[in-house]
Design a protein around this ligand. Structure first.
Ligand code: UDP
Length: 318
């Protein structure tokens, strides 16, 4: 599975101990790259990198991406060919509890792009989010629709996208990817975690999944392997330079349907239970258009929700 174009390439992944970052790291290592991860382990976990840590082409550095000195030293000594900006305060509950702390991530982002330019990084990838759309003004969301972020997290991601475009225009190529609800092994399923893992853990413990509100809110769930493939294709294609791209399946489902799908696999007797709606930070509808992704990187996610849920449930079962 080595990849001629990535073999021996030096790649920095900030936030690489997180759910998304660690899957990306595993894939880059399989393709023969040399990878350095900077992660402060605030939400990321060293155990997410268990496979990577066995690889001689991998190095883990514990530190904060917002620490300009630490990040500068890494760029200076490692001289990455490519760099991924994944580090961020994540999770709806966590970011809602500390909305102003989320803004600190702007320093890290600004610093990351300045360093990438200074050290001649060939291309950057910025992890953006569907949160930039907030409550959609129209649907399905296309990349050039007006943004309507409702959270500081969404605002920071929207600003990050602008950094990508500006730096791209001054000779430092980059792409911003708007991730929609990615799920799969290693995702945080704690009370501050994300819905797929939470429902699975509840069901595996014999508990009824807790659907917030009427359950008719929609999300577009993308299995993590599809996300990683889209990311690497976006890195390798020069067509994506300076672009913002939805990474999406284009097939939203309601949270009620998601809960039904999980219990159908784990235990048919567990009927999902409706609890109070989540108020802060809740977005009602997420539905986006994937045609730009298809056009620029010739990719559409392959893994249907049920198949992805089966794989994820298997992982949580251990
Ligand atoms: N959700 C739910 N029960 C839970 C956790 C989440 O019904 O225990 C719903 C939540 O209200 C939201 C959706 O699942 O509509 C996705 O939530 P998550 O926090 O995973 O991500 P978001 O898309 O909101 O960033």
């Amino acid at each position: 599975m080595k990849d001629r174009k990535l073999q021996g390439k030096k790649i920095l992944v900030t936030g690489g101990a997180g759910f998304l970052g660690s899957h990306l790291v595993d894939s880059l290592l399989k393709k023969g790259a040399k990878v350095v991860v900077l992660d402060d382990l605030s939400t990321g976990k060293r155990s997410n990198l268990n496979d990577a840590l066995k690889n001689s082409r991998f190095k883990f550095i514990k530190g904060d991406v917002n620490d300009a000195k630490a990040l500068g030293l890494i760029f200076k000594s490692f001289r990455p060919d490519y760099a991924f900006q994944y580090a961020a305060v994540v999770g709806v509950d966590r970011t809602q509890k500390k909305p102003l702390i989320v803004l600190n991530d702007l320093y890290g982002i600004a610093n990351f792009f300045a360093l990438a330019k200074k050290y001649g990084v060939k291309k950057t990838v910025f992890a953006s989010s569907s949160e930039v759309y907030g409550e959609p003004i129209k649907m399905p969301n296309r990349e050039d629709d007006p943004l309507n972020p409702k959270t500081t997290y969404g605002v920071v991601k929207a600003v990050g996208e602008e950094f990508v475009k500006v730096y791209n225009s001054i000779g430092s190529p980059g792409v911003a990817l708007r991730f929609f609800n990615v799920y799969g092994p290693r995702q945080d399923a704690s009370s501050e975690g994300f819905v797929v893992g939470k429902f699975i853990m509840q069901a595996l413990a014999g508990k009824r999944p807790t659907v917030f509100g009427d359950g008719l809110q929609t999300r577009d769930f993308v299995y993590v392997d599809d996300n990683v493939e889209a990311v690497i294709r976006s890195l390798m294609s020069s067509k994506t330079n300076g672009e913002v791209i939805n990474i999406v399946r284009g097939k939203p489902c309601t949270i009620e349907e998601l809960a039904e799908s999980v219990v159908a696999i784990v235990d048919k007797n567990l009927k999902p239970i409706h609890v109070a709606p989540r108020v802060a930070g809740e977005i009602r509808y997420r539905h986006a258009d994937g045609s730009k992704m298809k056009k620029l990187i010739n990719f559409s996610p392959k893994i249907e929700l049920n198949e992805g849920l089966l794989k994820t449930i298997e992982w949580y079962r251990g």
